[in-house]
Ligand binder design. Structure first.
Ligand code: 5AD
Ligand code: SF4
Length: 482
């Protein structure tokens, strides 16, 4: 038995803190000792690789996982040829699940070559009982399975796994707990996401998120501001406030505040130059928010406003709580207040019972609303949701045909939208050197469009003026103005 394990077995339960995050720091410290032993044995540091599926929430969770692993002493590697591979999964659509199963199989073959390798599965898929059953049955080589509510527990779970040497499964059904102040690794040095709330209470009838992410919980504004200030002090200039439905932020707090009020507080933080947020539900988007965006110098001129369908009948079936007309009125109100705003959306095609007429209503909204871009999805039946029980599922070939027609419509409108900035000089936040290599940079406009231009990589993380020479649909070719 290793010296470390011997020592660990002597740890009495009383020594382990019961409050968070102290408890997790305690396990991270213990694991540092384990890591030292591993490094001595293997003659190198252990590596980790996190594969993230799905949305920005998951990306943010992965940063937290990375923070914990780096504290223990793991170093990141960009392939699955690592000592510890974690899959942070998504289950919003069925194809996401299929992809994950395929890849776990592949990890199994890698583990045969490296029996010390550790594999963890976490995130939204793990919140579904049938997924966990399948892993327990068919993928015995997985070491740790945990869900969305206990991401913060990674160190403790790894510790248990090392101690017990068999699969550790810890999936919570829900939680009231928000564990703050754990380490977090930022993918970028200049921009970062900040969770402002967790979960969702909307129960759109097609959506599995409320079942796997739990009820809506807002973080206290003072905690959010403290995190933003800390990020600003570390050089972060762009903040993305994250929540499934940011427009209902703060309603259930002991001292309720609105999302617009929170935005004003974030705006006051020195050093922060850009503020973004995701995602807005149309039913909760207030006039106060529009006013706040309009009067702000820091809030980006971009609004992601998922419409899902243009048919009032389908919207009702989806439990979206707005009509086609209300959606269009809202778009009109936003564009009147902020003519420069870039509007993007999510659309689902093939929801149960969607007729050709319903679909044409969606096309009609696309033509009228003038979206800069749209994320389009083929309806995917998610077990446990209300829509999964609906009859009238639309035949696959009909859905495919509608999907292609929708894509074409969006291509036309988004091209026209993007082109409106050609010739202008706008501020760009430089993000990275692009794949064309040295001297070629990619940056982002406030409205979220990308711009490629010539410049040195010392500009990464800086805001610079760029003349937008040519529009290529989803991006611009520009010229740096010195
Ligand atoms: N099928 C297809 N698309 C879905 N979305 C959510 N659930 C489903 C589903 N069951 C889409 C919605 C949402 C986006 C994140 O994913 O458009 O806004
Ligand atoms: Fe899903 Fe609707 Fe909640 Fe968005 S608002 S996460 S689509 S239930």
């Amino acid at each position: 038995m290793s010296e470390w394990l011997k020592k660990i077995k002597e740890v009495s339960l009383e020594q382990i803190p019961t409050t968070e995050p102290e408890r997790q720091y305690y396990f991270m410290d213990l694991l540092k000792g384990w890591m030292e032993e591993q490094v001595a044995e293997k003659g190198r540091k252990l590596t980790y690789h996190i594969q993230t599926f799905g949305c920005q929430m998951n990306s943010k969770d992965s940063e937290k996982l990375a923070g914990i692993l780096e504290t223990i002493g793991y170093v990141e590697t960009d392939t699955e040829k690592a000592d510890f591979v974690l899959y942070n999964t998504c289950t919003v659509r069925e194809n996401a699940n299929t992809r994950v199963y395929g890849r776990i199989g592949y990890l199994g073959t890698m583990k045969k070559k490296n029996p010390d390798m550790k594999i963890a599965m976490c995130g939204c898929m793990m919140q579904e009982a049938h997924v966990v059953e399948k892993i327990k049955k068919s993928y015995r080589f997985v070491d740790i399975v945990f869900g969305t509510h206990n991401i913060f527990k990674l160190a403790e779970l790894l510790y248990e796994d090392i101690l017990r040497g068999k699969m550790v499964v810890d999936v919570w059904e829900g939680t009231e707990q928000i564990v703050e102040d754990l380490p977090s690794e930022h993918k970028y040095k200049f921009k970062a996401g900040v969770n402002i709330m967790y979960g969702c209470n909307n129960f759109c009838s097609y959506c599995i998120v409320p079942y796997v992410r739990g009820r809506e919980r807002s973080r206290k504004p003072e905690d959010i501001i403290a995190e933003v200030k800390k990020l600003a002090s570390e050089g972060i200039v762009e903040i993305m406030l994250l929540g499934q439905n940011v427009n209902s932020y703060g309603k259930t707090l002991e001292n309720p505040i609105s999302f617009a009020e929170l935005l004003k507080m974030v705006e006051e933080v020195e050093g922060i130059k850009r503020i973004r947020f995701m995602t807005s539900h149309p039913k909760d988007l207030s006039d106060e928010l529009i006013e706040t965006m309009k009067n702000s110098k820091k809030i980006c001129t971009h609004l992601h406003l998922p419409m899902q369908s243009g048919s009032t009948k389908v919207l009702k079936e989806m439990n979206r709580k707005y009509t086609k007309e209300e959606y269009l009125l809202l778009v009109d109100k936003i564009k009147t207040a902020m003519p420069e705003v870039s509007l993007t959306t999510d659309i689902i095609v093939g929801f149960p019972g969607e007729t050709e007429e319903d679909f044409l209503e969606t096309i009609d909204v696309v033509r009228k609303a003038g979206f800069d871009s749209a994320y389009t999805f083929i309806y995917s039946k998610r077990t446990g949701t209300v829509a999964a029980k609906m009859e009238n599922q639309v035949p696959e070939e009909v859905v495919k045909d509608r999907f292609n027609r929708l894509l074409e419509e969006i291509r036309i409108t988004s091209e026209a939208c993007a082109n409106r900035y050609t010739g202008k000089t706008m501020e760009v936040l430089v993000e990275e050197e692009n794949e064309q290599g040295e001297g070629r940079l990619t940056g982002r406009l406030s409205n979220n469009l990308l711009v490629h231009f010539n410049g040195g990589k010392e500009l990464i993380g800086k805001l610079v003026p760029v003349n937008l020479k040519e529009c290529k649909g989803f991006y611009y070719i520009g010229e740096l103005i010195l």
